[in-house]
Design a protein around this ligand. Structure first.
Ligand SMILES: Cc1ncc(C[n+]2csc(CCOP(=O)(O)OP(=O)(O)O)c2C)c(N)n1
Ligand SMILES: [Mg+2]
Length: 545
């Protein structure tokens, strides 16, 4: 047979044709043919230490670049390990594709090696999930997966690839290569745009709630434009803490006073208490703009007559259109905008000089007062926040520009994988990961990947020898004498990182932290600054401060 191609070559070449140059992967029997094919297709295999990390990295790649991240894992247990991480990508609306090897089609229902109903397993945590059915159409599968991940409300897509299809040889003339179809993005109608602007102008205390799709740097700049043009505070809700996300200061008090909320790609969900009393005025009115018709329908079901307008539209396109039209109408700066901005942005004066009462431990505010200037040094710095109470202090005190948090899913543990993927897309500026001591345990072995690949970043670890977020729940719900099952050792994670070939720093005094961070950055290695901290509940601000 002339021009004989393997199914695996079709997968690798399709990825290459669609502009994917990098695959986050962990090897296994079912996918070794793709590793082989990647050599000829010139794909960079970033191979890591746990399948969940492949998905977290593809997720971070998707969020930071807007291009689909690609994860590749082996079948059965490899796939099972990867699936949990898809939940984070789904909630963060991150465009990515998980490709999983799969038992050969002739093995199925006969007790095949690592046979598992993989597509069924991934279905609830993806936009679409299927098993490839023929070698000829593998390219089409890849194209559809990528197009689906990027279209409408973005998110993860899964395709299982049976090993016999990957090994099959076929003539190039019968291959169905991916079609170059456009990505679907629905515009906001002229009439919808005008109606929204007139409703905003008529409202006294409106707020715009943007969803995770608008959490990137360019999108935050667009929201700032929209805010200035409409005189309406525009904020991103991307945390499971929702109204209580420490990034957003005393948002809870501002939300309570709002008379109109525009949901701009923000799902009406638990994070905003479905805009219901007592967190919101029972008379508050809602506008819902979302690329997903089902979410618009849900808002209609939930809010009934309080939903003044609903539109199926891409949130970024809608924001652009609204901002442009509002600029022409030259909306006035309202006292409400200034007042709400103070509520969102002001921080207690006491945070400027609070220090720990425990010898040998820092207060989280001390850590972030010191880290702040490092983050501000370079406009391209990537900041990653992950975990419980410590990271909330970071989210509250550090500037928000190029930032990744674990997102609405609320799953801790992704930050080290995020940091590696961020370093691969950002060649120069510092990458900081802020995380707790419980959280670092999930994927600490990714420091080995980072060292092997030469990917420096600095992890700022707040070590309170505790799963403190859960301790705080116990203290509040069951009492201080019922705190149980949340203690950890004050372990030397910095030494673990050194043993893996990275740079380690151990800090017990605030005075030592600046030099430790400088040394970590200067080392040019993946680094862990293990800072012993006092267990401190996440900040909860109410207005007035
Ligand atoms: C995957 C996952 N497992 C468990 C939890 C529950 N959880 C949320 S925060 C947290 C504690 C985190 O501890 P640490 O990283 O030490 O941060 P701290 O709260 O101590 O600052 C836990 C267990 C979760 N959100 N996600
Ligand atoms: Mg902790």
């Amino acid at each position: 047979m002339s021009n004989a191609l393997r199914g695996a070559d079709i997968v690798a070449r399709s990825l290459q044709r669609l502009g994917c140059r990098r695959i986050f992967t962990l090897s296994g029997n079912h996918i070794m043919s793709i590793f082989d094919a990647a050599l000829d297709a010139g794909l960079d295999l970033v191979h890591v230490r746990h399948e969940a990390a492949t998905v977290h990295m593809a997720d971070a790649h998707g969020r930071l670049t807007g291009e689909p991240g690609i994860a590749l894992v082996t079948g059965g247990p490899g796939h099972a390990n990867a699936v949990g991480a898809l939940y984070t990508a789904l909630a963060a609306e991150s465009p990515m594709v998980l490709l999983s090897g799969h038992a050969a089609t002739w093995e199925l229902c006969r007790g095949g090696f690592q046979e598992l109903r993989q597509a069924d397993m991934a279905k609830p945590v993806t936009k679409a999930s299927w098993t490839a059915e023929s070698a000829e159409t593998l390219g089409h599968d890849i194209g559809e997966a990528i197009r689906t991940a990027l279209s409408g409300r973005r998110g993860p897509v899964h395709v299982s690839l049976p090993s016999d299809l990957l090994d099959a040889r076929l003539d190039a003339s019968v291959v169905m290569w991916p079609a170059n179809l456009p990505i679907e993005r629905t515009a906001l109608s002229e009439a919808g745009c005008n109606k929204i602007l007139s409703l905003l102008a008529a409202a006294e205390r409106p707020l715009i709630f943007a969803g995770p799709q608008l959490s990137g740097t360019a999108e935050r700049a667009l929201l700032a434009e929209l805010e200035a043009a409409t005189g309406t505070p525009a904020i991103v809700l991307e945390s499971p803490r929702g109204l209580a996300d420490a990034t957003l200061g005393a948002l809870r008090d501002a939300a309570k006073r709002a008379d109109l909320i525009v949901l701009l790609g923000k799902a009406l969900d638990f994070t905003i208490k479905w805009t219901s009393a007592p967190e919101f005025d029972p008379a508050v009115r809602i506008i819902a703009i979302d690329p997903d018709a089902e979410l618009v329908a849900r808002a209609r079901r939930e809010k009934g007559d309080a939903l003044l307008l609903a539109a199926v539209a891409d949130p970024a396109l809608a924001a652009q259109k609204l901002a442009a039209a509002a600029k022409q109408a030259a909306a006035q700066k309202t006292p409400w905008l200034a007042e709400a901005r103070r509520m969102l942005d002001a921080r207690p004066a006491a945070w400027r000089d609070v220090i720990s009462k425990m010898p040998g431990r820092l207060h989280p505010a001390e850590v972030f007062r010191i880290l702040g200037p490092f983050v501000e040094r370079d406009p391209d710095t990537v900041l990653i926040c992950d975990g419980g109470e410590f990271a909330q202090w970071g989210q509250s005190m550090l500037p928000v520009r190029r930032r990744l948090i674990n997102g609405v899913a609320g799953a801790i543990g992704a930050s080290l994988s995020f940091a590696l993927a961020a370093r691969l897309t950002e060649p120069k500026a510092p990458v900081f990961a802020v995380l707790g001591d419980g959280t670092i345990g999930f994927h600490i072995s990714e420091f080995e990947t980072a060292v092997r690949r030469g990917l420096p970043f600095v992890a700022i670890l707040g070590n309170d020898a505790r799963w403190n977020a859960e301790s705080e729940i116990q203290r509040r719900a069951y009492g201080a004498n019922r705190m149980h099952g949340c203690e950890l050792l004050p372990a030397r994670y910095d030494q673990v990182v050194m043993a893996l070939g990275g740079h380690g720093e151990f800090v017990e005094r605030a005075a030592d932290l600046p030099a430790a961070i400088e040394r970590a950055l200067a080392s040019g290695k993946p680094a862990c600054v293990n800072v012993m901290i006092e267990s401190t509940a996440a900040p909860a601000l109410s207005w007035p401060l």
